[in-house]
Design a protein around this ligand. Sequence first.
Ligand SMILES: NC(=O)c1ccc[n+]([C@@H]2O[C@H](COP(=O)([O-])OP(=O)(O)OC[C@H]3O[C@@H](n4cnc5c(N)ncnc54)[C@H](O)[C@@H]3O)[C@@H](O)[C@H]2O)c1
Length: 349
Amino acid sequence: MRVIVTGSSGLIGSAAVRHWDALGDEVIGIDNDMRATFFGPDGSTRWNQSVLESETTNFRTVVLDIRDREGVLSLFEKETPDLIIHCAAQPSHDKAAAIPFLDFEVNANGTLNLLEAMRQHAPNAVFCHMSTNKVYGDAPNELPLKELETRWEYADESDYKGISESCRIDQTMHSLFGASKTAADVLAQEYGKYFGLKTGIFRGGCLTGASHSGVELHGFLSYLVHVAVAGKPYTIFGYKGKQVRDQIECSDVVKAFEAFSKNPRPGEVYNIGGGRENAASVLECIAKIKEISGHEIKWTLGDDNRKGDHICYISDLSKLRRDYPEWDIRVSLDDILRQMIASEEAKLS
Ligand SMILES: NC(=O)c1ccc[n+]([C@@H]2O[C@H](COP(=O)([O-])OP(=O)(O)OC[C@H]3O[C@@H](n4cnc5c(N)ncnc54)[C@H](O)[C@@H]3O)[C@@H](O)[C@H]2O)c1
């Protein structure tokens, strides 16, 4: 089988490369290190490209910009992939406001280039689109909440499992990033529903792992572990540090893609995150890092929350578990933190 992975040097893309390479498939990565353009040298994923190329057997990177329509079309014509894992993106909620054209061109137009290349040259392939919970904008904040000592929590028992795919996606504040990703999400659904192609849309909560090139504006847990180990200061943006995120390790995301690829449901949408078991507030993550590693974070609390930021977001995983019962969360939040701390300590030693 031939797999094309976009954003192959990034967090999710690189996990996908490792996974299909280990299965003996041919894997072609598309990545132009645009993360360094978005976030500066600390955000570069070039290091991960080199690691991947040394650790895999049947993988190569094509330095291609997904905005390059002709380049994408001709790659698909030449390679005819069986599976496309689409992870290349401008991934930051806050950054998008400073680079609106670039954000939209990468996230929306880039996705359209890939979907159309698939329709023209690989119509039997499966396409897994990495979307985001920001397509719901701040609608999840409308759920009644109660304030506990270290976190916000849903006040109604019926919301306990978290946000499902039935949450509305319009008439809410998304950020420009949320808007460009919503365009991509809906386009990917249409290539499934309208054209009957095998597209699956995965709306991520907090996706994480040791290979994330975390920066302040993207990669919350990775950046938090980095500042903890490096002894740098950390600013929490509003909500008293009690905002809740559900963390999923990248290999668990890739397992969901694999399950979908074996039994695709065209145009279907799934929420994917750590779910209730892997959910924690910023304050709770800071405490866990200290408990696990002894690293104490010098944090301060800023008054202002990020615009449209979720207060309590937990992905309801029921639909994914129902359609793909072989899939589940395998890596706990504590194990994620252990792996990330060890990797960060190794980088600094
Ligand atoms: N990490 C999270 O918490 C999270 C949460 C929800 C959704 N997502 C989504 O998951 C996907 C992957 O996220 P990630 O955390 O792995 O991001 P990442 O930034 O680690 O990786 C993305 C990769 O895409 C590459 N890239 C960016 N623009 C490109 C372009 N125009 N052409 C070619 N390559 C390009 C970057 O250089 C980078 O290596 C994104 O769509 C993101 O919106 C991520």
